[in-house]
Design a binder for this molecule. Structure first.
Ligand SMILES: Cc1cc2nc3c(=O)[nH]c(=O)nc-3n(C[C@H](O)[C@H](O)[C@H](O)COP(=O)(O)OP(=O)(O)OC[C@H]3O[C@@H](n4cnc5c(N)ncnc54)[C@H](O)[C@@H]3O)c2cc1C
Length: 491
């Protein structure tokens, strides 16, 4: 007999798991808190502009391709490689660095700044590749049944790589490059994990390999939300029902099994199996009332940075600005030390800007531009009040205008701002942490909240705060690991 599965959350993790399970003949239903699917991969349509709310590009495209093959479908969206990957500009610095994948072209950017850049970069990428090859199948694409199982799998990792486990990204990169510019630019990728190079393990220098040598970054034709639309269409064809505006706030159990989940309207939802796509740590604490995940414990865990995002429509073009851009200051170490905890860091902001309409002209009216800003900020533990959000946003827009030599402020015709308060209230992201649980060594692998429940044998988890971690490709891998878990337990 077909088993009924209820999935809580229509983020990428929930949607991908739903499709995998539906294709394996489970009866799947999804409930979602918001009025549209996608979770952080969402969309704002306003004043004639269309903005993607969260991700603006992805890596490891082959994980999406594998997902499509596993489900027996054509990938329901199209994507294009980005090159240069992004640009980097330092405050009061005339040069804008273009991060080409071609190392010769990249090295030309560092002439007179970093001697022998190309040779150093090749050596650095050789090491990054070694780390990637030794960990991707053994650590990332694996379920762990216990700490013992985890450590026995870790033993298979090349022991020559052990030193990188015990050093941070910054120290690692400093062994290869001597200039501040090269160190800061190449280690920027640690921000994609929601941390800084100073509190990210050197293991994650494997991301440099994925950026420059392996697969690169990709934009989605028509905008990132096409991923969600594509998945939702496939789910409709597979007979999966999604019920929106339904937030799970309570659970009831029978014996040691989860019996029902109740929404904000008092409606109870029952199923044989439950998959939680809401944050795997916060849901355990808030809904299942687990002591190990109560507010005190959650607050002590390592979380990725809070994010402030701006969605700005302007009635002019910005030909001088590239597709993906990072604007840095001149006090990197001081900034990195403070960005998570000191509210005033946002006075001298570091930020990312995506000119969405450059890749997808349909996102903005003619002769207009849709801009997306991401600003790393303290989460709500360290900055609970955001009454100053407009002032912070003005400061960023003024800084951006100076950096690009064109004041965009008189041209703004659409403006939406999300602070960590919005990210928390919209998507139940704990304390407004944008990427979920951090990837500290004691929060990855078997130490990360598991993708199966400690108490209820009929409950599983998928998404950024369970294994393997955050980012779109990891969430797709997470859906595979969760599906394997379910099959192992229930077939
Ligand atoms: C600003 C920003 C930029 C990013 N940029 C990138 C990028 O460029 N590339 C990249 O790869 N990744 C990026 N990420 C990370 C990426 O968005 C996430 O890792 C990924 O989308 C996580 O998907 P998920 O399914 O785990 O969670 P979510 O997207 O959070 O989905 C969880 C879903 O569960 C719902 N939910 C929560 N609680 C309940 C409840 N109680 N009842 C019902 N429903 C509930 C939520 O509303 C949500 O829809 C970015 C994230 C942010 C915030």
């Amino acid at each position: 007999m077909k088993q009924n599965v209820l999935i809580v959350g229509a983020g990428i993790g929930g949607l991908a798991t739903a499709l995998r399970l539906a294709k394996k003949n489970y009866n799947v239903e999804i409930v979602e808190k918001n009025s549209q699917a996608g979770g952080r991969v969402n969309r704002i349509c306003k004043d004639g502009f269309t903005f993607d709310t969260g991700p603006s590009f992805f890596s490891m495209s082959y994980e999406f391709e594998k997902f499509a093959r596993d489900c027996g479908i054509q990938l329901p969206f199209r994507y294009h490689a980005v090159d240069p990957l992004y640009t980097v500009n330092f405050r009061n610095h005339p040069q804008t660095y273009q991060l080409y994948r071609d190392i010769t072209k990249l090295a030309a950017q560092f002439e007179g700044i970093e001697p022998d850049f190309a040779a150093k970069m090749e050596r650095y990428l050789d090491k990054s590749r070694e780390i990637f090859d030794s960990t991707i199948d053994i650590v990332v694409r694996q379920n762990f049944d216990s700490l013992r199982d985890y450590f026995s799998k870790l033993m298979k990792v090349n022991p020559a790589l052990l030193p990188v486990l015990f050093t941070n990204f910054w120290n690692h990169i400093s062994r290869y490059f001597s200039s501040e510019e090269a160190r800061q630019i190449i280690s920027l990728v640690s921000f994609f994990l929601g941390r800084t190079p100073f509190n990210t393990s050197a293991v994650y220098s494997l991301l440099s390999y994925t950026e420059f040598r392996h697969d690169g970054y990709f934009n989605v034709e028509g905008g990132m939300y096409k991923i969600v639309e594509g998945f939702v269409n496939e789910l409709r064809e597979a007979g999966v029902k999604i019920t929106y505006n339904t937030e799970i706030i309570h659970a009831t159990q029978k014996g040691n099994r989860l019996l029902t989940l109740t929404d904000q309207n008092g409606v109870s939802h029952s199923a044989d199996l439950f998959v939680i796509n809401a944050d795997a740590a916060a849901f355990r604490g808030k809904i299942f009332k687990r002591r190990a995940f109560n507010e005190r414990h959650l607050d002590r865990m390592g979380w990725t940075m809070g994010v402030m995002t701006l969605y700005i429509g302007i009635n002019c073009k910005l030909p001088q600005v590239h597709l993906h851009n990072y604007y840095l200051g001149n006090n990197f170490r001081e900034y990195a030390g403070k960005v998570f905890r000191r509210p005033q860091t946002s006075e001298t902001p570091y930020y990312y800007v995506n000119v969405i309409s450059r890749h997808n002209p349909n996102c903005a009216p003619e002769n207009a531009e849709a801009l997306f800003f991401v600003v790393p900020v303290p989460d709500l533990r360290f900055k609970p009040c955001w009454d100053d959000r407009d002032r912070i946003a003005d400061n960023i827009l003024a800084d951006f205008s100076t950096r690009i030599g064109q004041d965009i402020r008189p041209h703004i015709v659409s403006s939406t701002i999300y602070t960590p308060l919005d990210w928390e209230s919209r998507f139940n992201l704990y304390r407004g942490s944008g990427l979920g649980l951090a990837h500290d060594m004691l929060q990855v692998g078997a130490f990360r909240p598991r993708n199966y429940d400690e108490v209820f044998p009929n409950v599983f988890y998928v998404g950024a705060s369970t294994v393997p971690g955050t980012g779109l490709p990891m969430t797709i891998i997470s859906s595979k690991l969760t599906t394997e878990r379910i099959e192992k337990k229930h077939l």
